[in-house]
Design a protein. Sequence first.
Lengths: 116, 115
Amino acid sequence: GAVVSQHPSWVICKSGTSVKIECRSLDFQATTMFWYRQFPKQSLMLMATSNEGSKATYEQGVEKDKFLINHASLTLSTLTVTSAHPEDSSFYICSATIPGQRYEQYFGPGTRLTVT
Amino acid sequence: AQKVTQAQTEISVVEKEDVTLDCVYETRDTTYYLFWYKQPPSGELVFLIRRNSFDEQNEISGRYSWNFQKSTSSFNFTITASQVVDSAVYFCALSEAAGNTPLVFGKGTRLSVIA
């Protein structure tokens, strides 16, 4: 089956610093990737849709200048949390779709971000 | 707008009991997909099932079964003879059938199976 990886699996950073999270489709090309955020004991909420070669589409309430998304290739999308604050501490999960199987989404294992 | 409601926030059962997790959805689309995912403490989502809106057949996979009823917009999930390893958060989700669309998740139901 299709595999999506995320790196790092967890990260601790200091307030004010930036953190980059990678989402890779290992055995397929993904034209579209989605980034979700999950706060403790809450559901997954869509942050943005990332399309290869174009600007990401952000959901209402998500600051595009704070959460920079780059989908530079068909196998890699990155989410950079800039000037991180403790309230950005969360579980970030990406998913990818395969062209031709658009209803199927393959989720990465998630990245747990803790901002101190 | 699409919406998924999982009214049960937490459920606790004793091992070997059967348990049903409820899911009610709202959508204006005539074609859509419904999903169930399991999220163990590790956080990684485990795919359980996908059902399209035209397939109302119930499905059974081992101890798991799903009941899809369009008339009540429900897609309920039953675990038979629950086990401690079933303890996790379970999410029901919905997506449009147009493709390349994100999932809309319910708030999840935390299931605790006690030995």
